[in-house]
Design a protein around this ligand. Structure first.
Ligand code: NAD
Length: 497
């Protein structure tokens, strides 16, 4: 059984900690590797390597950095299938879905290839007589990324290509549940010509995370994961004086208005609720149906029953297992709680056994109807293939329901009415909105971020906000007395007049 090592200063290393965690193959339920769990000394070694590399990398020219980014883009593109296989084996998602994740990560790399353009500053000629003013941005130093299990390749790529393109050095602490893609990507960075120490990986759990949060050598922390941990990361790292962006969990609603085509809606609801076994922070987990809904519920439940559930490597599978045995148990318990609290089980994924994969962590697509806002299935982020149907009398009640939820990541509306869609997009308190688009993940040249308990700190991730997060501004006001017509000094506060 392989042991997954850290990657520090351009080489694999075991570090000093002897702690390990098992990494399972969710389709078979078998332990496939162990991953090392870093000690604070291991984190310190990575931060020191990154700090040493920063001295040179922060001085690399824009074209040198862009050259490495372009080479990295080519290598990730050429290795996309291999990366998708690594993701599928450890996460469980089907290969086509894993390939989609790699593609969305690649798009962020492509955005970062434009770093010379993205870092163009501003210049005001003759702001005062003989005085020019200009602004530019500089990297922060060593920045860290702490990432969740559900997108082990893409979410780190929301961070490191932009951070590195901006001239920072990076320490990644990936999820210990599917850690292998991080080391694979580290080798691609090296092959692309990135100097050793610029990109480092430390594997681990809370011990490693706390060591990152407390390390004085880390200037900024990007986190993506569940809300309780996001809140904790934001608080602890902020107290330590770091810049922090911490993206949390979600409960994404789709509001279905009576004029929407039920078969179109049923297809898209099923795809967004059950794709990746519901383990997406932008999955639709609650559908709020306005007006008559029986036909729609029947259509979604029928589609749920047709979804081919199986191992991610089988091209016939549309949906894979969930991440761990504990996740399977938790999801099934929540379905049972929903039933006990009065929901109707329109499609039941509990107790699913896949022939040949009896020990896999499979939960089938599940539809719960007549869900009410006080039920556990509604208040909890289930993070599994469970769609709750809530019924609402009118669009304002539906918007009020969305806004009553503590999360504010994504929301979608299905309608044929532009006026209703506009009312929805202006009325909901969430960061990312889809109109007849159930998973509105912004393109790489926008930024990704929710509101309320889905994002702590000021900054959304990737896109222009990513560049701003990983840099800080300088404004220079300059005068060259020899060419200035008026260089007399005065004790009053300087003005441009
Ligand atoms: P998680 O919060 O359990 O773990 C995320 C990271 O935090 C991991 O690297 C983990 O090792 C670390 N961690 C876990 N417990 C910790 C603790 N007590 N102290 C310090 N660090 C700790 O999340 P997960 O289960 O890996 O991922 C699923 C969650 O991530 C869901 O809630 C999902 O909505 C969310 N998510 C959000 C987004 C977004 O963009 N908002 C994207 C993907 C996933």
């Amino acid at each position: 059984m392989a042991t997954i090592e850290h990657w520090i200063d351009g080489a694999g290393t075991r570090g000093v900690s002897t702690r390990r965690a098992p990494v399972f193959q969710p389709a078979t339920g078998r332990r496939q590797h162990d991953v090392l769990l870093a000690s604070p000394q291991d984190v310190d070694a990575a931060v020191r390597a990154a700090a040493a590399a920063f001295a040179r990398w922060s001085q690399a020219s824009l074209s040198q950095r862009a050259t490495v980014l372009f080479a990295f883009r080519e290598l990730v593109n050429a290795s996309a299938q291999q990366l998708a296989e690594i993701v599928s084996d450890e996460h469980g998602k089907v290969l086509s879905d894993a390939a989609g994740e790699v593609q969305r990560g690649l798009e962020v790399i492509e955005f970062a290839c434009g770093i010379p353009q993205l870092l163009k500053g501003s210049y005001s000629d003759q702001a005062s007589a003989g005085v020019d003013v200009f602004g530019f941005r500089e990297p922060l130093g060593v920045v860290a990324g702490i990432t969740p299990f559900n997108f082990p390749a893409m979410v780190p790529m929301w961070m490191h290509p932009i951070a590195i393109a901006c001239g920072n050095t990076f320490v990644l602490k990936p999820s210990e549940r599917d850690p292998s893609s991080a080391g694979f990507v580290a080798r691609l960075w090296q092959e692309a010509g990135l100097p050793d120490g610029v990109f480092n990986v430390v594997h681990g759990d809370k011990v490693a995370v706390d060591a990152i949060l407390d390390h004085p050598g880390v200037a900024a922390v990007s986190f993506v994961g569940s809300t309780p941990i996001a809140r904790y990361i934001h608080q602890r790292a902020t107290v330590m004086g770091k810049r922090v962006q911490a993206l949390g969990g979600a409960k994404n609603h789709a509001v279905v208005l009576p004029d929407a085509d039920p078969s179109f809606v049923a297809e898209h609801l099923a795809a967004s609720a059950f794709g990746s076994a519901g383990e997406r922070c932008m999955a639709i987990s609650a559908a709020v149906v306005v007006g008559p809904s029986d036909r729609l519920v029947e259509a979604v439940a029928a589609r749920a029953g047709q979804i081919r559930v199986g191992p991610g490597r089988d091209p016939a599978s549309e949906m894979g297992p969930v991440i761990t045995a504990a996740a399977k148990e938790r999801i099934e318990n929540l379905i049972t709680a929903g039933e006990r609290q009065g929901a109707t089980v329109a499609a039941d994924g509990r107790g699913l056994k896949i022939p040949g994969y009896e020990d896999g962590f499979f939960v089938g697509p599940t539809v719960l109807d007549h869900v009410r806002r006080e039920m556990d299935v509604y208040t909890e982020e289930i993070f599994g293939p469970v769609l709750s149907i809530v019924r609402a009398s009118d669009v304002d009640t539906a918007i009020e329901l969305v806004n009553g939820n503590p999360y504010g990541n994504g929301a979608a509306v299905f309608t044929d009415s532009g006026a209703a869609a506009r009312r929805f997009q202006r009325g909901v308190h969430v960061g990312m909105i889809g109109v007849n688009v159930p998973i509105p993940v912004p393109m790489a040249y926008y930024s990704f971020g929710g509101w309320k308990d889905s994002l702590f700190g000021q900054s959304p991730i990737y896109g222009p906000d990513g560049v701003a997060f990983y840099t800080r501004a300088k404004v220079v006001t300059q005068r060259w007395p020899a060419v200035s017509s008026d260089s007399a000094a005065s004790l009053h506060f300087p003005t441009a007049r």
